[in-house]
Design a protein around this ligand. Structure first.
Ligand code: BTN
Length: 264
């Protein structure tokens, strides 16, 4: 099991990871981080686990990852500001995660709205952001990251949609180094967003996504709408052209029906 000392040794991030709680087995690192955040754990505190017994995905789904082969961890953030920040924060985390993966593996990474990381069209990482509000401002945010690193096989029901860095690259990676690269990248982007606002994040995210011009289906609360992606608003909403009518989505599940780069 990776120890706090190993995870911190050589870490370039200064605030993120200044305290790391490590577990061999835990229900969910997000659950643990939420409890710690409620007990005033400082910004940048990390909860790292080798195995989750109840790993959580978006939209009430589960997150499965083989023990000791992948990365499953959560970071506590305390961004000042209005609840709306929570809509753009996933884009900041997505860009940071994509950059860290590209830099440490050389693989090409694509961001899929709202917060999936794809390699070769398959999901390699997911991000689960849970916020706690006090009145309408943010009290704390827990950013949960699940990254498939060295896992070689997946359950039959997700095998066609999931991948890992090792599967994509044909070689295994040092999980600790990738964890450290992610923390550094996230700290850099998060600091920039705190200093300059979210204006730069949307174009950065768009440059790592291939969604504009793609035909997609968005399902939200049981209804499905198809259309062509026009882009993102400055608030991180997905803009869809649905039969000539513009629709904006803040949440939902996206299926890509036809990639823009395939139809050209
Ligand atoms: C998704 O794509 O649905 C989001 C998956 C997020 C999984 C990570 S693993 C670490 C953290 N703890 C959890 O319970 N979930 C997130």
């Amino acid at each position: 099991m990776a120890t706090e000392g190993e995870l911190r040794n050589g870490l370039k991030a200064r605030v993120f990871g200044s305290k790391i709680y490590t577990f061999d087995t835990i229900d969910s690192t997000n659950n643990c981080a939420r409890v710690l955040a409620g007990c005033w754990a400082p910004e940048g505190t990390v909860v790292f686990a080798e195995q989750q017994t109840a790993g959580k995905g978006r939209l009430g789904r589960s997150w499965f990852a083989n023990p000791r082969e992948n990365l499953t961890f959560s970071i506590i953030l305390r961004p000042m500001g209005a609840a709306e920040t929570l809509n753009v924060l996933p884009l900041c985390v997505g860009v940071a995660l994509a950059e860290a993966i590209e830099r440490s593996t050389g693989l090409e990474v694509v961001c899929k709205w709202p917060n999936d990381i794809l390699i070769d069209g398959k999901k390699a990482a997911g991000i689960l952001i849970e916020g706690s509000l006090r009145e309408s401002t943010i009290d704390f945010v827990v950013v949960g990251i699940g990254l498939n690193v060295n896992q070689q096989t997946f359950a039959p029901e997700i095998a066609s949609k999931a991948t890992s860095l090792a599967l994509a690259a044909g070689r295994e990676f040092d999980r600790v180094r990738i964890f450290q690269d992610i923390l550094s990248s996230l700290e850099r982007h998060y600091r920039r967003v705190r200093q300059k606002g979210f204006d730069e994040i949307v174009p950065l995210w768009m440059s790592k996504s291939r969604m504009v011009g793609s035909r997609i289906a968005v399902s939200q609360n049981g209804t499905v709408l198809t259309g062509t992606v026009k882009g993102l608003t400055s608030h991180g909403e997905l803009l869809l052209d649905h039969d000539g009518e513009e629709r904006a989505f803040l949440a939902g599940d996206v299926t890509i029906l036809e990639h823009a780069f395939m139809s050209h």
